[in-house]
Every structure is written in structure tokens, then in C-alpha cells.
Design a binder for this molecule. Sequence first.
Ligand SMILES: [Cu+2]
Length: 391
Amino acid sequence: MATRKSTARLTSFERERFGRVLQTAKREGIWDTFVELHARATASTSPLEGSVINRAHFGPSFLPWHRAFLAMVEKKLEEISGDDKFFIPYWDWTLDPNGTSVFTPELVGGNGDSSDGWIVKDGLFRDWRIVKYDFTLKKMVVDVPLQRNFGSQGFIPDAYEISRVMFGANNYDNFPFNFFAKGSFRNDIEIKLHNPIHRWIGGPMTNPMLAPNDPVFFLHHANIDRLWAKWQHVHPQASYNVPSKLPSGLPMPDGQKPDDQLMGLSLTAQQAYDMKGDYDSADNLSLITGVSLTGFSNSQSKQGYRRIPIKNTMPIPDSSKYMVPGMTYNNCLFLKGEDHQLANYEIGILPITQESIPTEVVFPCNFNDKHQNKANSISASSTFIFVSNSF
Ligand SMILES: [Cu+2]
């Protein structure tokens, strides 16, 4: 497998090659088989402790399934290209939050046309018709043109949100191994980083049954996979910790256990866990490996972020009252909408601009509409994280 590069660092040849190969795959019907495979895995749901997971989402196999899927698709596209240097690029949202290196005419095209049903009118894929699985006919059928509606739902995660996931859970997954799991890297990255971008793009990307119809799916998932690989790198003690039975005695659904075959793919979940992707080295993996999670060096303070657990107690009536001398608060960030039900406590990150750190601080935020209007008293903890501008 060739090394995957950021969309921001592609050569013009690599950009042209990507579009050309995808055009061929679509013309020959191969692209539609990718969509079908993803749809079938998504449709195979299993009840689990009162919720539903499927072979590809909302359960432990989410990351391995998509890693193996990405590798399979990339291999197929490489064969079409006849070029063993072919790779699927990734969209690094911290490097390029507006997608200026992604949504270009020669790569995946831009936003949909607001005056015409959000149909994508530029780029190489403007003539693509999406396909969907018809469960009555039991086959794929051709549907509407490709659509996108940037920003109507969801959001692009910023460095805070990414760091919150990357430095959050130390376990790969956790009971109950679905979308209620807490302390689960898998669930955090799925729900807090992966889902919002699907929704932000709009069109087929908002629907798991249809999402791979939009080529940007693969650029998005390559970045998810890259972040997972990084997390694995800094959590060598973590493992694919998925038991065959739940504490209740219910069996773990098929496709989730370490030795289960990932649906429609040639690897087991464990094999995919162990197969870390090959990503270009230019994006500061070393900064993450150098992170100290328990200490904080003053020399790093200008770039440091302090992570403070927030006790879910006291509302702040007037934000101006609570500025703590010696610290400057540039912004305040809170978990948003969907996260609230998932979190026992919330985490805020404050840029540190002074070296002295008070033991007790109260969030002095002016809340904006991007974040839930929630306010809390917070206590300092000894946990710090170092945030580079490119995770
Ligand atoms: Cu998916």
C-alpha cells in the first residue's frame, strides 16, 4: 500500500490521477459495488442491550470495518490505475478546515447548487448518479444526482474537539459497546468526529446506506483511520478489547468479536486492528508521541492547552464575573448537543497564556451559538495536553 498523503500536499499529478481513476471505476460499475458492500454491512443490524449496532457502525467493528474497506477500495483503484503509487488521500480538518484542498473541481468538486436541489454542478463527479440498495427488488438501483449541502447540519471538528478525542479514552472500546459507550475511543471518534462531518457535507453523506456514493467519503474516512492509527501509536497498551459475551450474558453480535470476519471483507476485526495504515510523516506524529499526559512544561505553555474536567453543577449567570487573575481566556468550548447524553462530565479547554495556574477556576465564557449554552463551575486537575496545529 502506498503512503497516504494529505489533500493539502498532493501534487497536481496525484490530484489528476485520483479523479481519473474514480471516473473509470464509476464507468465500469465498480464504484457502485463499493456502495453496495457498505450498504449491506450497514443494513445487518443486531439488537444489543437495548440499542442496535450493525456490522460497520455503532459497535466495536466500526474502525476495523472501515479500515479494511478503505484498503480493499484502494487496492481495487490501484489495479485500475495500473500505478502502484496510487493512494487515497486524507482530508485533515485541522490543516484545512474549510476543505479548500478537497472541494476543488479537479478533486471531488464543490458544494451543491442551492437553487437546484443542492446538486453538485462542478468537478469530475457532476454527472454521477448515486446508487442505492432497493430492499424489495434486492438489488442496487440508480437514483438522484450527487448532492451536497455544506454546513446545514453537523460541523467540522476543530483542534479542541480532535484533541478531546485523541487524549480522551485509553480503552479502544467499552461496555456496552454501542453508541452509549463511555471511555471508548471507538465511540468517541465515531460520534464526536466522524458523524458531524458526514452531516456537514450533506447529500448522500448524511445517510450511512448511501454515503460512499460521494467520493469525499473516502477522504474523510482516510483521516478517521489516520487518527485511529495515531491513537494506536500512543496507546500501545490498548487492544481490540471486545469480549465474546456481554456482562448480561448476551453474545456480542457477529462481526464484532476479534476473530469475526468483517462483513464482505477479507480481514478479521483483529487483523484490521493490527494493520495500521501508512501515512505521510509530515504531519507531526512525533509531536503527539512526545506528549506528556501528566505534566506540563512551561516552555510549552504558549502552545499548551489545559484540560479541565467540569463538574456539572453551577450555572453561571453573568460571564464577566468569573475571570481569574493571572489567566487569559481566549475561548471556551463545551461539548455540543448530541454529546450531552453521552458524557458524565464535560471537558473544557482553555489556552494557557500565563505560567501560573490557579487551583480553582470558573468558566468566564460568553457562549456563542456554536456551543450549547451550558455553564459550570470547574476544578483544576493536573492533566494537560499538548495540541499541535495538525493532528
Ligand atoms: Cu460507514
